[in-house]
Design a protein around this ligand. Structure first.
Ligand code: B1M
Length: 222
């Protein structure tokens, strides 16, 4: 792997946001995820490689360490901040300057769930695919989704959940959207989901990744 991607992965894994960040103390005065992501892109490294070879595996390592009680929520949060700093540099590459004509996509992380990195990536890629995005953020309840659908008739809705506990909230939200706005297409995703769960809760499509989400949306307007 390119050494800069290795360094970037380490910066995310250990939560080094940028050069000025005092955390972690043993990485003082070193470049952080912010600078390293920029350097990688400036060197011509493909944005997809930056994401898939450095950033996503780093977050997986963070998750594994958290599962083994080797790190705790504050460290996980610093890694998330470092990841977001790097993603800011990727954003322009995944967004096109095209006029948005394909439709509106409403996305949010479901009630009770604060994880937004995956949701932001999906939103970024779908925006790049030519859709107008309404990002409702995290911890979004059924009323907010329904009100936004009412204001944007014909919009497609995307729900993200990262916790097994909040998958139950996702089920309620899908039901309420389908009751209030029959015919609205609902796409779901997030690490603990699968297609059986999607079928059980009555959502229209499950994608494990942003690419599948873009392909599904594009199939709706093909
Ligand atoms: Co949390 N967390 N976390 N966490 N966290 C996980 C999810 C966990 C698996 C870690 C672990 O135990 N190994 C675990 C969940 C266990 C479970 O329920 N199965 C967990 C836990 C337990 C918790 C807390 C309960 C910890 C605590 O407080 N004791 C707590 C819950 C808070 C809450 O939400 N109410 C918590 C808190 C946090 C932080 C706030 C510290 C931070 C989030 C910061 C943020 O998002 N701004 C955090 C983080 C960073 C993680 C891990 C380490 C990384 C998540 C991430 O960003 N991954 C995570 C472990 C892991 O995933 N390896 C973990 C990178 C991202 C690119 O992947 O989000 O999966 P992901 O998104 C992917 C796909 O899933 C898909 O595409 C994305 C790109 O490929 N996708 C979609 C996602 N949404 C989609 C929607 C779609 C389609 C595809 O269509 C609409």
């Amino acid at each position: 792997m390119d050494p800069i991607l290795e360094k970037l992965g380490e910066a995310v894994e250990f939560g080094k946001v940028d050069r000025n960040s005092p955390y972690p103390p043993n990485m003082k005065d070193q470049d952080g995820a912010d600078e390293l992501a920029k350097q990688a892109l400036d060197q011509g490294i493909n944005p997809g490689s930056v994401l898939n070879e450095a950033l996503v595996p780093a977050m997986d390592r963070v998750g594994e360490k958290f599962s083994r009680n080797q790190i705790f929520v504050p460290q996980m949060l610093m890694s998330a901040k470092a990841m977001s700093a790097a993603m800011n540099h990727l954003k322009p590459f995944f967004q096109s300057g095209d006029v948005k004509t394909k439709g509106t996509f409403i996305i949010g992380t479901v009630k009770g769930d604060l994880h937004d990195i995956g949701k932001n990536l999906v939103a970024m890629m779908i925006e790049g695919g030519g859709w107008t995005i309404i990002d409702l953020g995290v911890d979004v309840n059924e009323d907010t989704f329904n009100q936004t659908v009412a204001e944007n008739p014909g919009a497609v809705v995307g729900l993200s959940a990262l916790l097994t506990t909040t998958m139950a909230n996702m089920e309620v939200i899908v039901q309420k959207i389908k009751e209030a706005h029959p015919g609205t297409k609902v796409l779901v995703g997030g690490a603990p989901l699968n297609d059986d769960f999607r079928a059980k809760i009555g959502a229209d499509f499950y994608s494990p990744d942003p690419r599948g989400a873009v392909e599904y949306l594009n199939s709706l307007v093909a």
